[in-house]
Design a protein around this ligand. Structure first.
Ligand code: HEM
Ligand SMILES: *[C@@H]1O[C@H](CO)[C@@H](O)[C@H](O)[C@H]1NC(C)=O
Length: 483
């Protein structure tokens, strides 16, 4: 009897999740019932390695069903530009994963990165632009620089409290300096490193960043959801705690001192003022936008950790960064700052090379209307994966792609050169809004760390291909003060 009920269940599930009619004329593997072609992704460290392998069989554009979801994968720069730039307006959506809803108060449209394109998104991006993409010669850029410098004292004090000469957790200190740079820059507030609530929130942001960077079968096989009840609850809990902290420790004070007749003091002011002026924005939008951008600090903290992983594996890289920082700061007479960047191209190139080798995925796009790629029909709702991994690691694009070589981003005269196909922050309508902040803060934190410490690792240093995140509890490092 049980077996019979079981069989009926399986048949039911299969019926409701059988592959929908072929979305497209694009060639690709034949889907199995229930799982589509998910089995073809098994055995790879990142799905993008599987996509590259499949592109050798089916061509640079191929279709694949993940669960019952129709997907298309584009694997070369020409096709990628067609999707992101020429037809950007046709591919402005994002996948409708349950996890994405859970992370953002039950509606992924609350998230700047995971929402579908809309006029609201246009507004939100434009408010953020001034603050989160500051131009080199702007007042905001000067503020980023000042904040970067101001936060270094407490960072170095925290590092000096770590046990030197033995393996220790460096990530919490790195995350906290990034968090304070963000809260100081965006909200004119920073927190003591021993503040327990601050520590907890930094940890939750980091948990969420790791979470967002994982692919889960349940994203494509929603009937697995019951298995993930506990997990989904945990995600909602992190988000709720973060919300509480931002409201009580940041927004409340800000609102009470806001002067609507002056220039906004910071991003938080700008958001609050916008709320008064724009009838299409509500309180929810403002809070979520601030939360989203504050969360960006985790991305930078993780990027710094991944860069340190490369640096400990390549001691010659560390030496060259230390030479640059010693030279520009007159042997450590001061901290490095953003205006030293031009004189420290190797340091900048190391971060670019880390972005290349980490090869973090571009968030999947979704066709928002029936359209075409390279003459192939692609129906509304199709998920489009951009194979950035191939762009970053493919032999057609790089010499010796497997090697970690910051020099590849340097010109003969010591400038920075980035090939057009290097798009770690994507391109087009939905390109990353935080990329300037990434380049500023990761530079300052990395350069300051190496200015003060020699860094090595006693134990293995594990990083994950196709991912700029390392787990919340990651590898340990050994810090030895220089001089
Ligand atoms: C290691 C650092 C980072 C990397 C590699 C990175 C990369 C990316 C990529 C590839 C996208 C997807 C673009 C697309 O779908 O076409 C994206 C979107 C986005 N990023 Fe970043 N990012 C980083 C840090 C940040 C930071 C620090 C912030 C905020 C301050 C930020 C804010 C955003 C936002 C708001 C979006 C969504 C834009 C949209 O969908 O309209 N990112 N990022
Ligand atoms: C998200 O926003 C898009 C564009 O405005 C809309 O079409 C879609 O229905 C929204 N999704 C949800 C779950 O509200």
């Amino acid at each position: 009897m049980l077996a019979l009920v079981g069989l009926c269940m399986v048949l039911l599930v299969w019926w409701f999740s059988r592959p929908k009619k072929s979305p497209t004329t694009v060639p690709g593997p034949k889907p199995w019932p229930l799982i589509g072609s998910m089995h073809l992704l098994a055995g790879y460290e990142t799905p993008f390695q599987a996509f590259t392998a499949l592109s050798k069989i089916y061509g640079d554009i191929f279709s694949i069903h993940l669960g019952s979801a129709p997907c298309v994968v584009v694997n070369n720069f020409k096709l990628i530009k067609e999707v992101l730039i020429a037809k950007g307006a046709d591919f402005g959506g994002r996948p409708d994963f349950t996890r994405f809803h859970k992370l953002f108060g039950g509606d992924r449209n609350n998230s700047l990165a995971l929402c579908d394109w809309s006029s609201l998104q246009k507004t939100r991006r434009s408010i953020a632009r001034t603050y989160c993409s500051p131009r080199f010669t702007s007042l905001q850029y000067d503020r980023v620089n000042n904040v970067g410098e101001e936060e270094l004292d407490s960072f170095l004090a925290e590092l000096s409290r770590l046990p030197h000469g033995q393996s220790c957790d460096v990530k919490p200190a790195v995350l906290k300096v990034c968090a304070n740079m963000f809260t100081q820059y965006m909200c004119s507030t920073s927190f003591p490193y021993d503040d327990q609530d601050f520590q907890k929130i930094v940890r939750y942001f980091d948990e969420i960043f790791w979470e967002i960077n994982q692919g889960y079968a349940v994203d494509f096989l929603p009937w697995l959801l019951p298995v993930y009840t506990g997990h989904m609850k945990k995600i909602s809990h992190w988000a709720t705690e973060i919300r509480q902290f931002i409201l009580s420790r940041i927004i409340d004070k800000h609102r009470s001192t806001l002067d609507y007749n002056s220039q906004p003091r910071d991003f938080t002011d700008a958001l609050l003022m916008h709320l008064e002026e724009d009838p299409n924005m509500n309180w929810q939008h403002i809070i979520f936008e601030l939360e989203d951008f504050l969360g960006g600090h985790s991305a930078i903290g993780n990027l710094v950790m991944v860069t340190l992983a490369a640096v400990v594996k390549h001691p010659e890289v560390a030496k060259r960064i230390q030479n640059e920082v010693d030279t520009v700061t007159n042997n450590g007479a001061r901290y490095p700052n953003l205006f030293d960047k031009a004189a420290m191209p190797y340091t900048e190139a190391t971060i670019l090379e880390t972005l290349r080798t980490a090869s973090s995925p571009i968030v999947p796009h979704v066709a928002s209307r029936d359209t075409e790629i390279d003459g192939h029909q692609v129906n509304k709702g199709t998920i489009v994966f951009i194979n950035n991994y191939e762009l970053n690691q493919g032999k057609d694009y790089w010499e010796e792609p497997a090697l970690f070589k910051p020099e590849r981003f340097l010109t003969a005269s010591g400038g920075i050169i980035k090939p057009a196909h290097f798009i770690p922050f994507s391109t087009g309508k939905r390109t990353c809004i935080g990329q300037r902040l990434v380049q500023c803060f990761s530079f300052v934190v990395l350069a300051t760390l190496l200015q003060h410490y020699d860094i090595r690792a006693k134990d293995g240093v594990k990083v994950h291909p196709g991912c700029v995140a390392v787990p919340p509890d990651c590898f340990k490092l050994v810090l030895t003060p220089r001089k």
